[in-house]
Design a protein around this ligand. Sequence first.
Ligand code: FAD
Length: 411
Amino acid sequence: MLEDRTIVIVGAGHAGVQLAASLREEGHEGRITLVSDDPRLPYQRPPLSKAFMKREAEADALILRGPGFYEQKRIDLRLGATARSIDRAAKRLILASGESIPYSRLVLATGGLARPFKVPGAEFAGVHVLRDMGDAEALRDRLENSRGVVVIGAGFIGLEFAAVAARSGLKTTIVEVAPRVMGRAVSPAISDFYAGAHRGFGAEVLLGAGVAAIDGADGKARGVTLGDGRVLPAAFVVVGVGVVARDGLAREAGLDCPNGVRVDALMTTNDPDIFAIGDVALHPNAWGEREMRLESVQNATDQARALARTLTGKPTPYAALPWFWSDQGDLKLQMVGLMDMADTFVTRGDPASRAFSVFGFRAGRLVGVESVNKPADHMIARKLIPAGAALTPVQAADTGFDLKALAKAAG
Ligand code: FAD
C-alpha cells in the first residue's frame, strides 16, 4: 500500500538529510519527500562560523550531499518550499504554495532559530545573527568593511565569530551578562581559560555586563549601551544569545511542545505518525537522565540514524553519548558527555600549554570530558564514559596515568 510507504521530512539540515540517506540504507523502498524552505542545496552549518567566515571555504564546499545524490537515492527534494501546516486527520502536509502532500509518516527536522534579543534598537540595520548561509555571507562582508563589532553573548557561535573578527584585526568587544563565557555548557576552568584566550586574540571581554540598548542613527546600529551606562561604539553588532526550537508548525498542529517538540526515546511525538529529530526535538536523554534539546551535529545525525531504523521496522531508542566541538582561534574544544551534571572537576595537563583536558565526575563517576587541542584525550573519553570505566579524579589529573590502557581494558 503506497500510503504506508510515504515518508515526508520537513527541514533539510543535518537531521533531515541524514534521515533521508539512512532510510535508503536501512532498506526503505517507498517515497521520501524532503521539504526545505531554503532555496540552496542542503549545507553544513558548523563551518559558517569557522572556515567559511575565515574565507577558507566557499559555499560549494559546505553542501552535505551533491545534487546527484538526491536523484540517485530517489529523494524528492523540494527546495524553497515552506511547510505551512499539518492536517493530522487527513495525514497531509500543507505547503505555503497551497500544495498538500500526503504522508504515512511525517518527520519534523525543523531545527532552531536565533533567539530574539528584545532590547531597544534590536531592529536596526547592522544587527546580525548567525544561523544560516545568508547570515554568514552578510557577516563576512561586514568583517572586511567595518572598523569595530560588539558581540552580544559569549556562547559557542558568538565566540567563534569573535575569534575570527579579533584575529582579523577588527576591534572586537564581547559582552556577556553571565559571570563566565559558555557558562551553560562548560566547566568553570574552561570558561576562565577561554575568556583569557579571547583577550589574547585581541578582543575585549566584558563579563556580568547586561545590554540596555543597541544605539543607532538613521536606522543603523552604531554601538551598544550597557546597563551600567557604558557606551561601546561599533559599526555592527552580532547577537548570539542562544537558539530557540522552531516548533511553531508542530505547536499549531496540536503537538506537545513545551520547549521544542516533545518525543519519546523512539523520537515519536504524541501523534504516533509524527516524529521529531535534531535541534527541535525535546527528547528523554539517556545520558542526561532528563528531557533535553541538544544543538549539535552529532545529536541530529544520530537521532536520524536511530529513527531510520525505527521507521524500517527495527525500533531503536536514541541512546547515543553526546559529543560536540567548537573551533575558536587556534583552539579546538572537544566535549563529550554532559558537563553540567558534574560535581567535581579536575584538570589534566597545563592550560598554559594550550593543550589540556578537564574531567568532570558526578558522585565519583566520569560524566564528561572537555579537551582543548587534545584530540587523543577526547577519543579516549568517548570510550571511557560509555564503558563506565573506573577512573578516579586523582588518576585523571595525573598525566602519568595511562588513560589509553584503561580505555583498552574497559573495552
Ligand atoms: P538545522 O540544521 O537548523 O536544519 C533545519 C532546517 O529546517 C533549516 O534548513 C530550516 O530552514 C528548515 N525548516 C524549518 N522550518 C521549516 C518549514 N516550516 N518548512 C521547510 N523547511 C523548514 N554543532 C556542532 O556539533 N558543532 C559545531 O561546531 C557547530 N557550529 C555551529 C555553528 C553555527 C554558525 C551554527 C548556526 C550551528 C552550529 N552547530 C554546531 C549546531 C548545528 O549546526 C545544529 O545542531 C544542526 O544544524 C542541527 O541540525 P537540524 O537538522 O536539527 O537543524
